[in-house]
Write a protein that binds this ligand. Structure first.
Ligand code: FAD
Length: 397
């Protein structure tokens, strides 16, 4: 049986980052996780939250902790891009637009965070439309307040970020096994992992970073308070000419006033693997579901009715880009993981058994920091003072 000092389960955003961090020392490291399915509609195994081309990145987070994690991670983007030769960061800036009639939350929290953390931003008060000088192609209701955060805010390509982290990890000697782990058991002083293809791997320590699939299979020593939620995105196709013209447009977080969706987020036109350019818009919706098993999550990815929120998302993207000709609209299905604290969990569950998961819909940007925290815990290194340890503890179910 192959044996490694550290085995990471899950080659997603956090797992790939942890693998790279672990590979920087002398220990032997493997990451076990499948490739993206080539035919998702027929796929019977696990999926992921990073099968997409754009995730918003920003220093002004939901709160100071998210903001700090983002700061630590964003500071390393240049090193990962340079070391891997793979570009994933587009620092186009970001706008947050929100109604002043919403009493709390949407605008107040990021604004408070920006001020507390000393982030660079410009605030446009209600009816001040001067933000349009820089972004004439966008529109929000006149009564909305708007925050602009400059670069390095923008977006990252999550597929490319995973590829970059894994390229650096394997360059450092880490082993990649493109299989799915079905059980983790303790055997003597070691762990034994079995994959869906019957491969057995021994590990001195194990990190579970399986995203929304963390509670599935038999990966944990005890049940954790962990849930997931379906998420629908709309891909609004634009011409190549418009994509070129708008390639430096900012990402947008927008409190849409709609009866079916809220909290929309959007990227500028991005090239997708089919060669076309799409503005991606996502939102929370009244149709979001909370699947509780591997089978139920798989069913959502294969055949869920994501078109239920299509009309609302089309309304939102049309209102945001009033002058733009979209050539088609299609929805895509995704999954978010949720924890009771609202923060990711990065914790030691038992001697040698660790977890780093629970992105709560906002951890792509910070995945490098979360992976590094997990790697530091495994190596018994001191926890960084600026991150409150208790906030990232795993809660038992
Ligand atoms: C539609 C959508 C939009 C989002 N937008 C943003 C955004 O704008 N900004 C932002 O910062 N975040 C965003 N997020 C959140 C972000 O994508 C997640 O927080 C992030 O992907 C979490 O990383 P992860 O490594 O925990 O999970 P994932 O990236 O899902 O990786 C988990 C990996 O584990 C693997 N795996 C699962 N089970 C097993 C197993 N048994 N054995 C081996 N491998 C296994 C999977 O194949 C997968 O590769 C968004 C998420 C979604 C769905």
């Amino acid at each position: 049986m192959e044996r490694f000092d550290h085995v990471v389960v899950g080659a997603g955003l956090i797992g790939a980052a942890a693998t790279r961090a672990l590979s920087e020392t002398q220990s032997t490291v493997a990451v076990i996780g499948p490739d993206e399915p080539a035919q998702p509609l027929q796929h019977r195994g696990v999926f992921a939250s990073h099968y997409d081309q754009g995730r918003i990145t920003r220093l002004i987070g939901r709160d100071p902790l998210y903001s700090k994690l983002a700061e630590l991670a964003i500071a390393r983007y240049p090193e990962i891009e340079a070391g891997s030769g793979i570009r994933f960061h587009s620092p186009v800036g970001m706008l947050i637009a929100s109604s002043p009639t919403v009493p709390d939350g949407h605008m107040k929290r990021p604004l408070d965070t920006a001020r507390e953390m000393g982030r660079e931003f410009t605030l446009y008060e209600a009816f001040d439309r001067s933000w349009k000088n820089a972004f004439p192609y966008l529109d929000f209701p006149e009564s909305y307040r708007v925050i602009h955060e400059p670069a390095p805010a923008g977006y990252i390509n999550p597929r490319e970020m995973v590829r970059a982290q894994l390229a650096m990890a394997t360059k450092n000697g880490a082993t990649r096994i493109a299989e799915t782990v079905v059980t983790v058991t303790r055997e003597g002083g070691d762990f034994r992992l079995e994959t869906d293809r019957g491969r057995l791997v021994a590990a001195g320590q194990v990190l579970i970073a399986a995203g929304a699939f963390t509670p599935c299979h038999s990966l944990l020593p005890r049940p954790l308070a962990f849930g997931c939620e379906t998420e629908t995105i709309l891909l609004a196709r634009v011409s190549e000419e418009d994509a070129r013209r708008l390639q430096h447009a900012p990402t947008v977080i927008y409190l849409v006033e709609d009866r079916e969706i809220w909290d929309t987020y959007m990227t500028p036109p991005i090239r997708y693997p089919d060669g076309h350019h799409y503005i991606k818009i996502g939102a929370n919706s009244i149709y979001d579901d909370k699947p509780e098993s591997l089978e139920a999550i798989g069913r959502w990815f294969r055949s869920g009715d994501s078109d239920r929120s299509k009309d609302a998302l089309v309304r939102a993207v049309r209102s945001l880009w009033p002058g733009l000709d979209f050539t088609s609209f299609q929805t895509a299905r995704c999954i978010l993981s949720r924890t009771p604290t609202g923060y990711p969990m990065v914790d030691r569950l038992e001697e040698g058994w660790f977890v780093a998961a629970g992105g709560n819909g906002g951890s792509a940007k910070s995945a490098d920091a979360l992976g590094r925290l997990a790697a530091a815990l495994m190596r018994d290194e001191p926890w960084p003072k600026e991150i409150p340890r208790e906030a990232l503890r795993a809660q038992s179910a």
